[in-house]
Design a protein around this ligand. Sequence first.
Ligand SMILES: [Fe+2]
Ligand SMILES: [Fe+2]
Length: 197
Amino acid sequence: MQLKNSETFKNLARAFAGECMAKTRYEYMAYGAKQEGYCELAKMIKQVANQEFHHSRMFYSFIQTADKNAIDCIEVEAGYPFKEKWDLVDNLKFAANDENEEATRIYPAFAETARKEGFKDIAGLFENVVQVETCHNKLFTDLYNQLSQGKLYSRPTAVKWKCADCGYEATSKEAWKICPLCQAKQGAVMLKLNDNN
Ligand SMILES: [Fe+2]
Ligand SMILES: [Fe+2]
């Protein structure tokens, strides 16, 4: 089967659009987090946005193998999430849900179709992306739990906190409000994630 006539070709376009949108939504989220002073959280969300950029780049590259001439337009029907508004805690939860959809429903189905249609490399790409979206789901779930429960900078027992700006470290239950060395606000303290991210 020619890639251009396959369902996989449309799925690549759907996935490309989905990744571009996820990247942009996460950039909005990172922008909002930074505005609220959560600089380290913003950095982490931006890193995920950059990973979505690379997913989109790979989908785009495979689309381009379908025709050596310019691909004018690909008509697809697909639904995309538009849940996020301006609340950081809500948005982390929505992002976790969206990642879960990609990892458990959308991309596994695309991989299966690609394999059935004989596009092994593309099936492999979708499967590799599933692995990352699963990690994104865990990361956003972890961040949502920490932020919504006031645990981003607080632990039941003393732990070591580190300022991302100046490198100052101290061990305590709560991270400092203002860094004793460089005066950076709490949002500059490096996050503590679950190991499985
Ligand atoms: Fe992605
Ligand atoms: Fe993702």
